[in-house]
Design a protein. Structure first.
Length: 442
């Protein structure tokens, strides 16, 4: 019998299973709660349970757990609360003075910030952030499978002509930001995960989200060469142009069911579904109180009255901010986002490994948020976008790594000190030995 070479007899170590990798990561419970409630909100968006929407329960559950984590770990906060303090105080100030019912809306706006502060109290290593990547990829697969089931694509294989999946499409924008950042730092396969996530707005036929998902590739804050960004922009533009002339997009984009790019400037043929009229009416009202606005949640009462109860919010968060908070409040919000993005980029530049990827991903997600605010209500989508955006644990991981680095540095200094003391002791010992060897004088 021919004897096998010895190296062939050595079995390769078995790769740990997916479940084992997730369990061994020991990520904070708050991350998994946020991921689960976000998926629950996406699955049952618009559905009610005990007279309340499921998405409403989703963000309340996440906020409740975040509050408990925060109260138990107040001394561990690493989130840059000082950056968000002006916006927090602005929301409280307007909420207190407003004559409109606004408590729920105001809490929804601040909910993601509380979740982010609570998440930053965790003790997370850079290695554990690998499980965050894994969890988000599983989430992306589950989300697209769920959408395929809801729309009937799983059985027919045909894209739906109409959907009500705008919240799910906006959730996908966060995933796009994460996977583009991963691709920028050498995780080549993440470009396929980006393609998967960016396909969700296409299925949902959410025009604003489709544009933002495409732009998140060349406009990511992650470091990329300008030539690469240009190539990405060209490819995205060509893909967008091809998508524009598909029957699905044409039917939704134009009143007549077809049109060209030039027709986009002809408002009479563009199907705005009442958004243009609403924007015009709100602009007139904003001009009456331009600086301080009409008060927290005043826009809801105006839109309900304008649409005879068919809608409760404008499909434009910038209009909402200007209507409710005026130029002052909108400026506070804008500068807060800008300061947060600069902080994340600065942290990303000095970080390494997975932390660096998540810092840049978080910064890019804020760009996606600012863009989608022109066409949707992402500020009130805490259960779909805000909570999962702020729960990213990069700040916590950064503090853990810095603490370990400080401990290592102290240990090194202590070891060097011991060596110095040891050398000094040996030196004194040899001096004494030399003196002992010298002849004594009497």
């Amino acid at each position: 019998m021919k004897k096998l070479p010895e190296e062939r007899l050595v079995e390769k170590p078995a790769q740990p299973s997916l479940g084992h990798r997730l369990r061994s990561s020991r990520l904070p419970v708050l991350f998994w709660i946020t991921l689960f409630t976000t998926f629950l909100a996406c699955t049952y968006a618009g559905s009610t349970f005990f007279f309340y929407t499921v998405s409403g329960f989703a963000w309340i559950v996440t906020l409740s757990f975040a509050g408990m984590f925060l109260m138990a770990n107040l001394t561990r906060i690493t989130f840059p609360t000082r950056i968000w303090l002006p916006w927090i105080l602005t929301v409280f100030f307007y909420s207190y003075l407003s004559e409109y019912i606004n408590v729920q809306r105001s809490i929804m706006i601040l909910c993601p910030v509380v979740v982010g502060i609570a998440a930053s109290t965790a003790r997370v290593t850079d290695k554990q952030l690998e499980a965050v990547f894994l969890g988000l990829k599983i989430f992306a697969i589950a989300l697209i499978v769920m959408i395929a089931i809801i729309t009937g694509m799983l059985l027919t294989g045909v894209l739906p002509k109409r959907t009500s999946l705008a919240p799910q499409a906006i959730t996908a924008l966060f995933l796009c930001a994460v996977f583009v950042s991963g691709y920028s730092f050498g995780f080549v396969k993440d470009i396929f995960w980006y393609a998967l996530a960016s396909f969700i707005p296409i299925i949902a036929l959410t025009r604003g989200a489709i544009v933002v998902a495409g732009l998140s590739l060349p406009l990511s804050f992650s470091p990329q060469k300008i030539q690469v960004r240009f190539i990405m922009l060209v490819l995205v533009s060509l893909g967008g142009l091809a998508l524009f002339y598909t029957d699905r997009v044409q039917d939704k984009m134009f009143v007549e069911g077809k049109g060209s790019v030039d027709d986009l400037t002809k408002y009479e043929n563009v199907a705005t579904h009442g958004r243009r009229h609403m924007a015009e009416m709100m602009t007139l009202e904003i001009a009456k109180e331009p600086w301080m606005g009409h008060g927290a949640n005043a826009s809801e009462a105006f839109v309900v009255n304008l649409t005879a109860g068919q809608l409760t919010h404008p499909h434009n968060d910038w209009l909402r901010l200007l209507f409710d908070y005026g130029i002052f409040g909108t400026a506070v919000f804008t500068f807060t986002i800008m300061a947060q993005v600069l902080n994340l980029i600065r942290m990303g530049r000095r970080s390494k490994g997975n932390r660096r990827v998540f810092f840049y991903a978080s910064a890019s997600s804020f760009l996606s948020q600012l863009l989608i605010m022109f066409t949707d209500n992402v500020l009130l989508y805490a259960a779909f976008f805000g909570n999962i955006q702020f729960v990213i644990l990069a700040y916590a991981a950064d503090k853990r790594e810095r603490l370990e680095a400080e401990v290592t540095e102290e240990d090194d200094e202590g070891e060097q000190g011991r060596h110095r003391r040891s050398r000094s002791t040996r030196s004194r010992y040899h001096e004494h030995r030399a003196e002992d060897r010298e002849p004594h004088s009497y």
